[in-house]
Design a protein. Structure first.
Length: 316
């Protein structure tokens, strides 16, 4: 377990918000890039990407960079600061849940874990795209009824994973090789929920990625880590880990790792856009139906007939 740093990560230089503003939970970043991109079906303009952070040491890394560059408004909820989870889901395009040093069952010590469990359950029911990374994937597994338990070995550093047959046919891993070298940083692992699909597997921990429902994904490995993030993490394990070797592999593989991580994110972006379009069409149908009923209200005699039928039914 690593100590929890309660500070919110510093934003990129182009972000003009003050440091005080950045430390507020649930902050909404100014993504003026949205105005520069143009139409983009306006999908990235009216719904936001929410990133749930559990520790100051495990920030959004390349995920925030990717979606901000694409023009999506990004809101970071710092759960460790008790940042509230949204009650209304209509303005959410997707949710990404990051890693953290806690275990999913430590709800007494970290009460936000129970709140996040309920929030993720709502996302699955509403079919809002969800991507859980490390702890986030374990929260997803638990929310779906699967067990989270200590891994056979702690995976710390670089390790290969293999995309399964199910994974190769899933949109999240489109245009990626079957074998990936990924960055691991976890002591726990998860079971696959009933009805879930195993998308990637590994030697030490067989369950590396899974999908439940229409578009909820869990990745045990990290795709968001930058070399600077890796350096901070391995320094915490100095003496228990060959930090020099981990950093050597990090520097040598940085380009490939970044490209493959961005490919996963781009695939997830397509899933998000498809979901937003479907939800928008459904919303339009609902509004049209409301308008149709408003134009054709029930006549007074129909109300009396319906009332009489209900009265007869209640005494029948």
């Amino acid at each position: 377990m690593r100590p929890i740093n309660r500070q919110t990560p510093v934003p990129p230089p182009e972000d003009r918000e003050s440091k005080a503003e950045l430390q507020k939970p649930g902050r909404l970043r100014d993504t003026s890039a949205a105005q520069r991109i143009g139409r983009k079906d306006r999908l990235s303009m009216d719904r936001k990407i929410i990133i749930i952070q559990h520790s100051g040491d495990e920030g959004p890394g390349t995920i925030e960079e990717f979606f901000s560059a694409q023009g999506w408004p990004v809101q970071i909820i710092d759960a460790s600061l008790n940042g509230p989870f949204p009650g209304v889901l209509d303005e959410i395009a997707a949710v990404v849940s990051l890693g953290g040093p806690m275990n999913v069952y430590e709800e007494d010590q970290f009460p936000f874990l129970a709140d996040e469990d309920r929030f993720v359950t709502r996302l699955i029911i509403e079919e809002i795209p969800f991507l859980g990374i490390c702890l986030g994937s374990q929260i997803l597994a638990k929310a779906c009824g699967a067990k989270v338990f200590g891994a056979p070995v702690a995976e710390l550093g670089w390790a290969p994973v293999e995309i399964t047959g199910e994974g190769r046919s899933d949109r999240l891993f489109s245009d990626l090789p079957q074998h990936l070298k990924v960055f691991q940083w976890h002591h726990d692992t998860f079971g696959i929920p009933d009805g879930g699909r195993l998308l990637a597997t590994g030697e030490a921990c067989p369950n590396q990625a899974f999908k439940v429902g229409a578009n909820a994904y869990g990745l045990q490995f990290h795709i968001e880590a930058t070399p600077e993030m890796v350096r901070r993490w391995v320094e915490m394990e100095r003496g228990r880990l060959d930090t020099d070797e981990v950093m050597r592999q990090t520097v040598e593989g940085a380009g490939v790792f970044r490209r493959q991580g961005n490919q996963v994110l781009d695939n997830f972006r397509r899933i998000i856009e498809s979901s937003v379009r479907i939800r928008r069409v459904i919303s339009m149908f609902v509004e049209d139906e409301k308008a149709r009923k408003a134009k054709h209200p029930i006549a007074w005699w129909q109300r009396e007939e319906l009332g009489g039928l209900k009265l007869l039914a209640s005494h029948g």
